[in-house]
Design a protein around this ligand. Structure first.
Ligand code: 5GP
Ligand code: ZN
Length: 136
């Protein structure tokens, strides 16, 4: 897609520190890392959000993340995938962050606030009613 930074990285128009590429996936180091080894995995075909990425590509992404974790010998890490502006997605080309965490004071820091007021029953009913699932 025109004017997409990550499409330009895939095509080579913008340089990147590439780790690996397969038929559908491109992996490279993040330009502004929050920990040593922070890297990104993207579909080669432009899609803005995760649910717009083809199933085969999604599988390949997770497998490639796993292989990079093994290659980097990362014991502690977060895999982060943001969708939409209010969910902290800055680049509008779907991407997965692999953020190693060697020390507790580096890498991803989460504010996790459980809220007992949230009502889950109706949304769970809606999901079950609308779910199109290929696996048993
Ligand atoms: P987001 O907040 O959208 O989930 O994260 C986007 C990520 O892309 C950020 O961590 C940012 O550092 C990274 N990024 C943005 N532009 C470039 C670039 O031109 N090259 C590389 N390697 N990473 C980029
Ligand atoms: Zn793109």
């Amino acid at each position: 897609m025109e004017d997409c930074i990550f499409c330009k990285i895939v095509s080579g128009e913008i340089p990147s520190n590439k780790i690996h590429e397969s038929d559908h996936v491109y992996a490279f180091m993040d330009i502004s890392p929050i920990s040593k080894g922070h890297c990104l995995f993207i579909p080669k075909v432009h899609a803005e959000k995760m649910h717009e990425v083809a199933d085969e590509t999604l599988s390949e992404i997770l497998i490639m993340i796993k292989q990079v974790i093994n290659a980097g010998v990362f014991e502690n890490y977060n895999v982060l995938q943001n969708n939409g502006i209010i969910a902290h997605q800055e680049v509008k080309h779907a991407h997965w962050h692999l953020i190693p965490k060697e020390h507790s004071d580096e890498g991803l820091k989460l504010e996790w606030k459980p809220n007992k007021e949230i009502e889950q029953t109706r949304i769970a009913d809606k999901i079950r009613a609308n779910l199109l699932f290929e696996f048993e």
